[in-house]
Write a protein that binds this ligand. Structure first.
Ligand code: XMP
Length: 326
């Protein structure tokens, strides 16, 4: 019968049988699936796992550090972190169209991943954090190009011409099972209950051109919103719920408006707060956040974050809007 302990024992045996003495390369994103998969593979083959985290410079405040701490603990400090933020910023320079951003990021990721992989020896396998819903989705009838609303880029988008055999320890598991296995492997709650974060990261929340300066503004505003939600105990509640927050973030709009600060005229950009409840992220409703909390977040952002003089709240459900703004 299904117990995390039983599944872990079986996966460990399967992975050892599949891999033998070879090494397994894994790209990890800090998301639940790739983290649990990597922890499982590490449990099975230890140092034969070669895990890579590509820092694209599009992460939220403190995210790299928290992923590093959580994963290193489960890999005896062997997580490789590649700082590629400059490459991603260059690739995004002058790019404003959402799908063009996703393409630039996807291509840069593949190039970085490939060059890292080429420096490694004895790698025959590639780990993927594929879970059962991904398997079903990829079998769904091809959607026409016009129906693709957003081309999702995440660590699944790897070089097609690289000939590795795949190790996919989560292939037959649903998300709640993946979480239970993660917990049984001792991964921290914070990681197991992390909100989904898009592969292209803050680039698709920084509308208009992505620059280091605008990213810093967005990161600071997002950190304020997140920390206020957390202080109000509205974020990352194990178990999730229908009405709670499934995802909450700030997007930075390239819309300047006039404001006044002291006796000075300001002319700065707009931060939009987004908080949605959702079961499956296919549909979502905006969360009726308390006015007091919205007031506090708004005044903190305008007072503490350079470059923003106006804060708005997104009252749109999905459909017709999407959760992200790009
Ligand atoms: P939308 O904005 O389409 O998002 O309502 C639905 C869910 O998918 C996430 N999302 C992405 N995840 N790469 C990803 O890995 C992407 O390009 C991407 N775009 C959106 C979004 O955060 C939400 O959870």
């Amino acid at each position: 019968d299904w117990t995390p302990k039983h599944i872990i024992e079986k996966s460990v045996a399967d992975i050892r049988a599949q891999v033998g003495d070879a090494r397994v390369l894994a790209a990890v994103s800090g998301g639940v699936d790739s983290s649990v998969a990597a922890a499982l593979v590490h449990r099975a083959i230890g140092g034969q796992l070669c895990a890579l985290f590509v820092d694209n410079g599009l992460l939220r405040q403190g995210e790299l550090e928290s992923v590093q701490v959580a994963l290193n603990e489960h890999m005896d400090g062997s997580l490789n972190v590649l700082d590629a933020s400059q490459d991603f910023l260059s690739a995004l320079s002058g790019v404003t169209e959402p799908e063009a951003k996703r393409r630039a990021i996807g291509e840069t990721f593949i190039r970085k991943f490939e060059s890292f992989a080429r420096q490694q020896e004895n790698i025959d396998f590639l780990m993927q954090g594929t879970i059962y819903p991904d398997v079903i989705e990829s079998r769904a009838p091809e959607r026409s190009a016009a129906q693709v609303i957003k081309s999702h880029h995440n660590v699944g988008g790897l070089p097609k011409d690289m000939h590795f055999a795949l190790v996919e320890p989560l292939r037959y598991l649903f998300k709640d099972e993946v979480r239970r296995i993660g917990a049984a492997l001792g991964l921290p709650d914070e990681l197991i209950w992390r909100q989904p974060f898009p592969g292209p990261g803050l680039a698709v929340r920084c509308l208009g051109e992505v620059t280091a300066e605008r990213l810093a503004t967005l990161r600071a505003a997002d950190a304020i919103f997140t920390s206020e939600l957390r202080a109000a105990e509205l974020l990352e509640q194990p178990g999730g719920s229908d009405t709670g927050i499934a995802q909450a973030f700030v997007a930075l709009l390239p819309v300047k408006s006039v404001g006044v600060m002291g006796d000075q005229r300001t002319y700065q950009e707009t931060a939009v707060l987004r908080a949605v409840s959702s079961q499956d992220f296919m549909t979502a409703d905006w969360v009726r956040l308390p006015y007091e909390l919205l007031a506090r977040v708004s005044s903190r952002i305008v007072n503490e974050v350079k470059g923003v003089n106006r804060v708005v709240y997104d009252l749109t459900s999905k459909p017709p809007a999407t959760i992200e703004w790009e």
